[in-house]
Design a binder for this molecule. Structure first.
Ligand code: NI
Ligand code: MN
Length: 225
């Protein structure tokens, strides 16, 4: 499984021979100006919730690629109604896709579209690939529900928001990584705007002091699991 960071909460995942884009917000992020969204490959677009900083480039990428948009029922229906391919899910449900199994799990946040359209309840995704399992938390507060995830899935990586203000901060993300029983963390949802700027070295050290590995990727950088 290969994971590429496209800035903010945007990810590319290569798994099982398929390309997945998660929460594409690239053209609206000046820090991601080096990423050409028209060159991105996608068989699926996973959307955690409907906020603008997670859906901005969904339609462009879906038009370019014919990707299937996977999200909660409200978001999937919204895009389905616009003629896009979509797969609706809801909290606690899993589906076996051709690249692996995806479960839509709880997040404590909100989820309206930028125009005010109801975007259902926000979530995160647990992805069980061929050899590796990951949890993408989406925008969320620390929540006890995270403790349910390792009861079913042994994680190889957890992707957590760490920017504070709209989501968890570093301290809560450390507790979240305990809750999901995974010491390998990719941080996201930081630095994009003033509200969520973080001190990288201090954040990495705080995780390190608890025996955990926080990775902060450059935009465009990838890791291989
Ligand atoms: Ni949000
Ligand atoms: Mn967000």
């Amino acid at each position: 499984m290969k994971i590429t960071y496209y800035g903010h909460a945007s990810l590319g995942i290569e798994v099982g021979g398929k390309n997945i884009i998660v929460d594409p917000f690239i053209t609206g992020n000046p820090k991601a100006s080096g990423i050409d969204i028209n060159s991105l490959k996608a068989d699926y677009i996973l959307v955690t919730h409907a906020h603008g900083d997670h859906v901005l480039d969904v339609e462009t990428i879906a038009k370019n690629t014919n990707a299937v948009i996977v999200s909660n029922a409200e978001i999937a229906t919204y895009y389905g109604g616009k003629g896009f391919n979509s797969h609706p899910m809801n909290h606690g449900g899993s589906w076996k896709f051709d690249f692996g199994k995806v479960k839509y799990v709880n997040a404590i946040h909100s989820s309206s579209f930028p125009d005010g359209t109801y975007g259902g309840n926000p979530g995160g995704f647990v992805i069980e690939g061929e050899h590796k399992n990951i949890y993408i938390a989406g925008d969320t507060a620390l929540t006890y529900d995270m403790k349910l995830i390792p009861l079913r899935t042994e994680l190889d990586l957890v992707i957590l928001p760490i920017g504070d203000n709209f989501t968890m901060d570093v301290e809560d993300a450390i507790i979240a990584s305990d809750f999901v029983d995974c010491d390998k963390i990719l941080g996201y949802h930081f630095d994009t705007f003033g509200y969520i700027e973080i001190n990288h070295e201090e954040s990495i050290r705080k995780f390190f002091d608890k025996g955990k590995d926080l990775m902060l990727l450059e935009i465009g950088e990838s890791i291989e699991l």
